[in-house]
Design a protein around this ligand. Structure first.
Ligand SMILES: [Zn+2]
Length: 82
């Protein structure tokens, strides 16, 4: 039986959420990624296959010229300057 690593709760709900993958200051946003969310603390657990797929897609986009479905620009700030 699955237990939340953070709070010890045993009840999870299936959800589809936005996942932001970041590697060396490059980002990939993936929508509707399936996960299990702890009903008590909200911690999200992703399957290893899902994370692997996202990592492969990241590599395809940044290193093999795959075109992503959509692109957006992301504002970046330094906290001391805001
Ligand atoms: Zn929890």
């Amino acid at each position: 039986m699955k237990v939340c690593n953070f709070c010890g709760n045993k009840n999870f709900r299936e959800r589809h959420v936005q996942y932001i993958y970041k590697h060396n200051d490059r980002f990939l946003v993936v929508n509707n990624v399936p996960c299990e969310e702890c009903e008590y603390c909200g911690e999200q657990y992703f399957k290893a296959e899902a994370l692997k797929k996202i990592e492969e897609d990241f590599n395809a986009i940044y290193f093999s010229g795959k075109k992503a479905k959509k692109e957006t620009s992301v504002p970046i700030e330094e906290f001391a300057e805001i």
